[in-house]
Design a protein around this ligand. Structure first.
Ligand code: KG4
Ligand code: ZN
Length: 355
């Protein structure tokens, strides 16, 4: 109750003096500890600490991720406040990712937010991680030209945990047009990397090597799911068997053909993503198109999207690289819209792995 009373006072002061709303946001759903400070929709700082510890395991180890978040969260928040040039007493609300994600990772952010809210007598705002990825398309930075997507628009949300085509009708109104029935696109990149003996996360490395290879040298199996749905587990198996067979004939096959394998895998994944997106455009007749999530950093996907946008007269929204993979800035802007609606979380709020 205290929080709410203070909030109403703040709203009153804000209106009277037109002061901007300052939000501190925390993101800790997977293996990035991130903190950001925003004033309304303008980003003042965004600090992220990655976790090298998972590299050798070929994927995120939940227990290690949770421990690393605990070690990183205070220094990351401290750096975000310093970068933004704000004091703790300037913060009007604290936002956090409630889910989906790894429970032990989410708990660190949720607990930090609870403590921070209590200690400073400010409201808490819970954010869905996937809403955050879409909200990233609206982030603004001082001196950087920006154009918001116009509603309704389609977003291809491609990350390590999710692959969806979403029709975004408003800040809080979304419809899922299609999604993966098994692996996410990011997982397809990461699992391929593991098969090839590359460290986690594999996406950025495959992207780098793909630039040096021939995209049509090898072909892999395509999923047979619905028009706008995705399936990547068959592709992963097809890559695994292909590499195993070739390795049996020539133990140096991967080493000798790494760039061509990466280029061919990336070409296949991007082609599947684009095919489904084009089907969604046909179905909805919406030509305002955006991409979001870690895989939207992929250079092959970006190039192909730009090509299709020109060919089909799409209005395209591609986020800045730093807003594609997990970051707290996207949590902050999503929270700002909830702040305007006075949608606050209570101290009883829990982290939700499947939110
Ligand atoms: O959005 P994100 O940081 O975390 C999740 O919410 O899952 O996405 C991480 C995923 C990983 O699978 C990573 O390999 C992939 O994004 N990724 C990329 C690239 N950069 C990150 N995949 C392909 N190409 C990239 N350049
Ligand atoms: Zn994410």
């Amino acid at each position: 109750m205290k929080c709410r009373n203070r909030h109403f006072t703040l709203i009153f002061i804000n209106k009277k003096h037109s002061i901007l709303t300052t939000i501190l946001a925390i993101e800790s759903s997977c293996d990035d500890t991130s903190a950001a400070v925003l004033q309304d929709e303008i980003l003042l700082s965004n600090v992220t600490a990655g976790q090298e510890v998972h590299k050798k395991y070929g994927g995120v180890v939940p227990e290690l991720a949770s421990r690393a978040h605990q070690a990183n969260i205070v220094p990351v928040v401290d750096a975000a406040l310093k970068d933004a040039g704000v004091k703790i007493s300037d913060i009007d609300a604290i936002a956090f990712t409630r889910g989906p994600g790894l429970l032990g990772s989410l708990l660190v952010g949720v607990s930090f937010a609870k403590g921070f809210a209590l200690a400073n007598n400010i409201p808490m705002i819970e954010v869905n991680h996937l809403d955050g990825h879409v909200a990233a398309l609206f982030l603004k930075e001082k001196g950087v030209p920006h154009r918001d997507p116009a509603f309704p628009f389609l977003t291809l949300l491609v990350s390590g945990g999710h692959t969806q085509i979403i029709k975004v009708n408003g800040y809080f109104e979304k419809e899922i047009i299609g999604e993966t029935i098994d692996d996410a696109a990011g997982e397809a990149f990461d699992k391929t990397a593991k098969i090839l003996g590359l460290p986690y996360p594999g996406g950025p490395l495959i992207d780098k090597y793909a630039k040096l290879g021939k995209p049509k040298r090898f072909s892999f199996s395509r999923p047979g799911v619905g028009d706008t749905d995705f399936s990547f587990s068959g592709l992963k198996t097809s890559i695994l068997y292909f590499v195993r067979n070739e390795h049996a004939k020539n133990p140096d096959f991967v080493k000798e053909n790494l760039y061509d394998i990466c280029a061919s895998v990336q070409y296949t994944i991007v082609d599947i993503l684009l095919e489904k997106l084009k089907n969604a455009v046909k179905k909805t007749r919406i030509k305002e198109i955006a991409i979001a999530g870690g895989v939207s950093a992929n250079s092959g996907l970006r190039e192909q999207l730009i090509y299709e946008a020109e060919k089909n007269n799409w209005v395209l929204h591609i986020p800045d690289f730093k807003f594609t993979t997990d970051n707290a800035a996207m949590i902050g802007i999503s929270a700002y819209w909830k702040y305007l609606k006075k949608e606050f979380a209570g101290q009883e709020v829990t982290a939700e792995a499947r939110f």
